[in-house]
Design a protein around this ligand. Structure first.
Ligand code: RUQ
Ligand code: CUA
Length: 635
């Protein structure tokens, strides 16, 4: 089960321009022409301008993305406290799109339309704090199905569909608080989304037992990636921070700070060591099969297993002081716990986990190396060539180090495992390499997500942007290429070769995203693709109309004061990029209707009078004229 974890050679030819139908000019060809390079440099492309002075001679730095050219990689960025996910092009670092998830968005109508409210459920009014976006995988490689992301603020996990890049499911994790670390099971496929609940709470959390701090606990959670239902929860000692999984599908592991079970800062810093908890997924599944679990109130179908110290389902490995990031190397063998309050990283040998669970070795025997890197190690990324890149928060540096050399140094050999330290600006949290958390890690780019930008950009008031710095790691030395300002803290990102991401250009009429709305129309005897009709059902009114640039199917509709009005719009246009919008003035109603999509929103017609509605997405030379009136008659 654990033999073959060797990374396979990458299946993508990164220099093959045919991997995207849009690419007309090979990048190398392009860079070979200094005239073209000058031409691009003269356009003032802003974020797209990345070539260092020596780009023309230096093979490694082919990072120019000229106007009309496409990026080689997609970046999926967490939007932090904004609650959204952003799509960037890498290496240009241009922002391509935003996917609202845990936020309300006036452009797309996320949190406003009935379709998005069905996804958001009864948590539609909540805020979001998005940290860790991760794409589903098959056999350790991205599979373009879903991107999952956590909401720490309201204990949720969301799923984004990669075909349309919209959020399609959101699950609130029961009986825990603050989902932080999130990763997917990497093999054989993403059956589970693993997510850590960070804060310990009383159980039941009903106002009793609030002062019995010792009895608080938290849980490690697994969500079924297809159904988005809870698969299981595991009670742990301490709290949980970040998590990752191995390449066999058998193990997941989480860092823990506050093994002291304290509720104050001072209390949680008492111990010199906290721990990493290793979860044996096979044993957990067997225990569920055997009925060896309990359930908790309010979630009586979710198996809750005991994974506290001494349990056969988990192993606790002591590591220095409040470890934070947990990162599996693409060699399938090693995983790094980042020391945070200790200047060390702890390198785990995953190949020894079987022995540990069989009781043949002691917990600390799974440690292949524990070496000093610098101050404040938070997260580690990998290049697929045996090197690791660790952010040093306090030192404001990225430390590049070699894993095998670190193992030898830990065994007492006099070898230098640190390859290079690069200053970043400033205080990096996460970092991420191109394809770095998959078997396709290719060591081209590294992004350092810096928490402070200080003097790197024009001042914009007391609230500064973050600074996502792009670094070339393809050569022996790391080279800083680009400063990327970002609003609201992107904790984490993933960088995926464009050949592995395929999206739809138009909606399909039978898309499940608006299937409920289509079903409602059918009940009303409406054919959405052609009918423009008002259906009255008591004081509920459903207004069905089409949109086709530059016209709505109805330029006037009439309702009565106090009616609950649902406006349903179907965009008949079949042209790529031809999105219409619908905004009803003074009613807080605004949303996107993509080509071939149906979208709807419901509101109360409170005040009599004339209210204009208009198209919010510029769609046609007569876009301004794309409008109509809602006439609200006095009750
Ligand atoms: S965790 S750095 Cu969610 Cu590191 Cu932010
Ligand atoms: Cu339709 Cu603008």
């Amino acid at each position: 089960m654990t033999e073959s974890r060797k990374p396979q050679p990458t299946e993508i030819d990164l220099n093959d321009p045919s991997d995207s139908e849009h690419v007309r000019l090979s990048r190398r060809q392009f860079l070979g022409s200094s005239a073209a390079l000058m031409g691009a440099a003269g356009t003032g492309l802003g974020a797209g301008l990345l070539a260092p002075a020596n780009a023309a001679e230096d093979e490694h730095n082919d990072i120019q993305v000229a106007p009309g050219e496409l990026d080689e990689y997609y970046g999926f960025w967490s939007g932090g406290q904004s609650g959204e996910v952003r799509i960037l092009g890498v290496p240009s670092m241009r922002e391509l799109s935003r996917i609202p998830v845990f936020n309300i968005d006036s452009a797309t109508g996320w949190g406003i339309t009935n379709e998005s409210k069905r996804v958001l459920g009864d948590t539609a009014f909540l805020t979001g704090d998005a940290h860790h976006p991760h794409m589903s995988m098959t056999k350790g490689r991205y599979d373009n199905k879903y991107i999952f992301i956590n909401d720490k603020a309201n204990t949720r996990v969301a799923r984004i569909r990669c075909d349309v890049m919209k959020t399609d499911r959101i699950t609130t994790i029961p009986n825990v608080q603050a989902i932080h670390g999130l990763r997917v099971q990497k093999a054989p496929y993403t059956k589970y989304v693993f997510c850590n609940a960070e804060f310990r709470i009383p159980h039941p959390n009903d106002g009793s037992g609030m002062d019995d701090i010792e009895a608080y606990y938290t849980m490690f959670n697994a969500v079924d990636a297809e159904t988005m239902e809870m698969a299981f929860q595991v009670i742990v000692d301490g709290n949980l921070d970040n998590t990752d999984a191995d390449y066999s599908g058998k193990y997941a592991f989480s860092t823990c700070y506050n093994s002291e079970n304290a509720v104050t800062l001072a209390g949680s810093l008492r111990n010199e060591r906290d721990h990493v908890v290793i979860f044996n997924i096979e044993r957990i599944e067997a225990a569920i099969q055997a009925g060896d679990y309990q359930t908790l109130p309010g979630a009586d179908k979710v198996p809750v297993l005991n994974g506290r110290k001494g349990s056969k389902l988990t192993a606790y490995v002591p590591v220095p002081k409040s470890p934070h990031g947990m990162n599996t190397a693409p060699d399938g063998r090693y995983a790094v716990a980042n020391g945070k309050l200790s200047p060390t990283i702890t390198l785990f040998d995953i190949h020894k986990f079987d022995d540990l669970f069989e009781g043949k070795i002691e917990p600390r025997d799974v440690i292949a190396a524990e070496v000093e890197l610098g101050l404040g190690p938070l997260h580690t990324a990998f290049d697929g060539r045996g090197n690791a890149y660790t952010t040093l928060f306090i030192d404001s540096q990225i430390c590049k180090w070699n894993m095998e050399q670190a193992v030898r140094a830990y065994q007492g050999e006099k070898v230098n495992y640190i390859v290079q330290k690069l200053d970043v600006h400033y205080q990096p949290g996460h970092n991420h390499t191109s394809m770095g958390e998959t078997l396709d890690a290719n060591g081209k780019y590294l992004v350092s997500l810096c928490k402070f930008s200080k003097d790197r950009f024009l001042p914009v008031g007391p609230l500064h942007p973050e600074n996502d710095q792009l670094i070339d790691i393809s050569g022996d030395e790391m080279k800083l290429l680009h400063d990327g300002p970002a609003f609201a803290e992107p904790h984490d990102c993933i960088i995926i070769h464009r050949s592995m991401v395929k999206t739809d250009k138009l909606w399909k009429r039978d898309d499940p995203f608006f299937a409920d709305t289509v079903a409602m129309a059918k009940q009303d005897g409406i054919t959405l693709e052609q009918d423009n009709k008002v259906i009255r059902d008591g004081n509920k009114v459903r207004v069905y109309m089409t949109s086709s640039a530059p016209l709505y199917g109805m330029d006037t509709f009439r309702v009565k004061q106090g009616d609950e009005v649902t406006v349903v719009i179907t965009n008949l246009d079949t042209i790529e990029d031809l999105t219409h919008g619908f905004s009803l003035v003074n009613h807080g109603i605004q949303f996107e209707i993509g080509p071939q999509a149906t979208a709807s929103a419901t509101f109360i017609a409170r005040d009599p009078g004339v209210y204009w509605y208009y198209c919010t997405w510029f769609c046609h030379a007569l876009h301004m004229e794309m409008r109509g009136r809602m006439l609200v008659e006095k009750a």
